[in-house]
Design a protein around this ligand. Structure first.
Ligand code: AMP
Ligand code: MG
Length: 391
């Protein structure tokens, strides 16, 4: 049995980025850049007006001669002598001979004469060439998450394809004779399968979509055969159930037989003690507890961390916030705990119904509260660590 921090450390140590791939920018959302992107242009590429107004060649006087107009997209150069002004619009190129743009609200125009009504300093309202990024400089560094803003920014530099770190192909496996598919008749002793759909959804919610699902009965040969095949065909295999110490838990035995390298098995925590992490070749395996709430906790804390790291996120950490608890909680036993909770920024409510078999509590939670080993009791008002959950 390892501690939470040892388990976490093993994942950080063993999670190597997958290979990279060139993709169209419009397919790159939520991936991480696998290399620095160097700007192919100055941005902005020309001196740009930041306002609708008038470009001026400044002189001492408040009066200017209006000599022309430049719209966004125009490429014509107009030469302004001191005291000349041209009508200009946001985004339009400022003539080289203009040295300031004044907002249209700050001038009075009378035919071809213009009077400025406020002080204006040189370069005001002109975006200089390369203000955002200069040609040849790093526009975005390796490891940047391609958010909509990042995608828009790269597009503004004329970039149409980017080199990203691939995401893994993932197999989810449920084990158990008792499991039946939603829609089938619920016979005595059977339960509806929920971990596959839950994990599929959890993966989707953190932007992983290359997923296939499999079911296997509590049968050693069948488990061995399926895991063997999946270890060859996928880069990540997430198995739920069958990893505990029951007589019909065959996952551990099968992984051993297949010579998967065990990096840890069993973590001192609640829920999710029977958690397995291993690797063979290019493939990572997680054996999650069968109890649905425990499986989901382990997913958010461990599997997601691993997925982020192998997908090129260089600084993944569980984003932890602090909040004061609105209720009391007494811990049973000495294992550190992850508790389902409702977090609203300043305060957090630890929910009733923390059993690892109960998904209803998880369904209304938006965060986990972490209670370290040495803390036995949370009093109302105590500040606790909060891990917000993705939606
Ligand atoms: P196990 O880890 O296989 O002993 O399973 C622990 C508990 O989780 C048992 O009550 C199982 O019935 C339940 N369980 C296991 N797998 C699933 C699943 N895929 N969906 C719902 N419940 C499950
Ligand atoms: Mg089972």
């Amino acid at each position: 049995m390892v501690s939470i921090s040892e388990a976490y450390h093993q994942i950080i140590k063993n999670s190597v980025s997958l290979s990279s791939q060139f993709v169209d920018l419009n397919k790159a959302t939520s991936y991480y850049l696998s290399e620095d992107v160097i700007s192919p242009i100055h941005m902005p590429p020309f001196r740009q007006s930041a306002m609708d107004g008038y470009a001026l060649n400044l002189h001492e006087n408040e009066q200017y001669n209006l000599i022309g107009e430049i719209k966004a997209g125009d490429s014509r150069q107009i030469i302004l002598n001191p005291g000349d002004a041209v009508r200009i619009f946001t985004g339009a190129p400022v003539p080289d001979s203009a040295n300031a743009v004044i907002m249209q609200e700050k001038v009075v125009v009378d035919e071809n004469r213009l009077k400025i009504e406020s002080r204006i300093s040189p370069q005001e309202n002109i975006r200089p060439i390369g203000e955002q990024v200069q040609l040849g400089k790093i526009a975005l560094p390796k490891g940047t998450l391609l958010t909509p803003a990042a995608i828009g920014f790269l597009s503004s530099l004329g970039i149409a394809r980017v080199n990203i770190t691939r995401k893994p192909s993932i197999a989810i496996v449920s084990t158990g004779n008792e499991l039946i598919a939603p829609g089938e008749l619920l016979e005595r002793g059977k339960i509806y399968e929920s971990n596959i759909t839950m994990l599929y959804s959890a993966l989707n919610s953190v932007n992983f979509h290359d997923i296939e699902t499999f079911r296997v009965k509590d049968d050693y040969e069948a488990t061995l055969e399926l895991i063997d095949k999946l270890m060859n065909d996928y880069e990540m295999v997430i198995i739920t159930g069958g990893i505990s110490v029951g007589d019909y838990d065959f996952v551990g035995k099968a992984l051993k037989e297949l010579k998967v390298k065990e990096l840890f098995y069993k973590v001192k925590q609640k829920p999710g003690k029977p958690l397995y992490y291993g690797k063979k070749g290019k493939t990572t395996v997680f054996g999650l507890p069968g109890n649905p709430a425990a499986a989901l906790s382990c997913f958010y804390i461990y599997v997601r961390t691993c997925l982020e790291l192998i997908s090129g996120n260089k600084n993944h950490h569980l984003s932890e916030f602090k909040a004061s608890s609105v209720n009391e909680f007494v811990k049973k036993g000495d294992r550190p705990q992850f508790l389902k909770a409702i977090f609203n920024g300043d305060t957090v409510e630890i929910l009733e119904g923390q059993s690892s078999a109960m998904l209803q509590t998880f369904a209304i939670a938006n965060a986990l509260v972490f209670i370290p080993e040495e803390v036995q009791k949370i009093n109302m008002g105590d500040v606790v660590e909060v891990i917000p959950l993705p939606v």
